[in-house]
Design a protein around this ligand. Structure first.
Ligand SMILES: [Zn+2]
Length: 271
């Protein structure tokens, strides 16, 4: 689906979204899907639009459903991500080679984790002919190294999973953090955009970000009551209901989300 001149989003290949930008200097892909098999479908969709070469594939964060297809792009296209994203993927590649990945990864079949070969810490700009592509680290929160892909002229933002329309939960894994996530979303509100391509579900507008911030703040408050009362996280996990309209992916991991937020709040100085 075309969302701006030369900017495309694909929402139909799996439960994760991806996209691509066609420039005078070649194509830039955003996220590479779960496995190379699906990434090759993505490449088919790209080559149906343009015969320009795919120069870069950006990984918005390390979660497998956004980077598992890197192998289908690399080395013809170079892979760009935040330095922390590279570190995690490099470790996962090592674990994979040593047979130490968990069952859910083994079930994906034959594929190799390919770490990004271009990284940055704060911001990076790709000048591709007339197209300016800004890669920004807003402070993370969904993972330690979330980046967003910002096209100032086209007023389009690829938000990765940092912002998912309607969602107001952080991730449950170690490098997520609810306060960083809220702070990053507030920074995101400062970008001049008309369309936001979220990592999952639907395309959003800037006004939708506030709803996620409000939901995160409400959820934080809910969990904080347990922290403040000295009630153990188990009790919070048993009592807090799954928020309606939430990304269904988090349903099965909802208790883990509560545990993570509980510890984020406990470890936060600004409780
Ligand atoms: Zn994710």
């Amino acid at each position: 689906m075309q969302v701006a001149p030369n900017v495309y989003v694909i929402t139909t290949l799996s439960f994760s979204n991806c996209g691509f930008i066609v420039t005078d200097e070649g194509v830039v892909a955003v996220d590479t899907q779960l496995v190379p098999l699906i990434a090759r479908e993505m490449i088919k969709e790209i080559t149906a639009v343009t015969d320009k070469p795919i120069k870069y594939a950006i990984n918005t964060h390390w979660h497998t459903d956004h980077i598992g297809g890197n192998e289908a792009f690399f080395p013809e296209a170079r892979i760009i991500a935040h330095e922390l994203t590279r570190q995690v993927i490099t470790q996962r590649r090592k674990d994979q080679e040593e047979g130490k990945v968990d069952e859910s990864i083994k079930q994906l079949g034959e594929f190799k984790f390919i770490p990004p070969d271009i990284t940055f810490d704060h911001n990076m700009t790709l000048y591709m002919g007339a197209t300016r592509i800004e890669l920004k680290f807003l402070g993370g929160g969904h993972t330690g190294g979330d980046i967003v892909v910002y096209l100032p002229k086209e007023r389009v933002l690829f938000s990765g999973d940092l912002f998912i329309k309607g969602s107001g939960l952080p991730d449950y894994r170690d490098d997520s953090n609810i306060d960083q996530l809220i702070a990053s979303l507030k920074k995101m509100q400062g970008l001049d955009v008309d369309k936001i391509i979220c990592g999952h579900m639907v395309i959003a507008e800037k006004k939708d970000i506030q709803e996620s911030i409000d939901k995160l703040l409400a959820f934080r408050k809910q969990v904080k009551a347990y922290v403040d009362a000295g009630t153990p996280p188990e009790k919070a996990a048993d009592s807090i209901p799954f928020p309606s309209g939430e990304n269904p992916f988090y349903q099965q991991n909802f208790k883990k989300v509560i545990y993570k937020v509980y510890s984020d709040i406990k470890n936060s100085k600004q409780r």
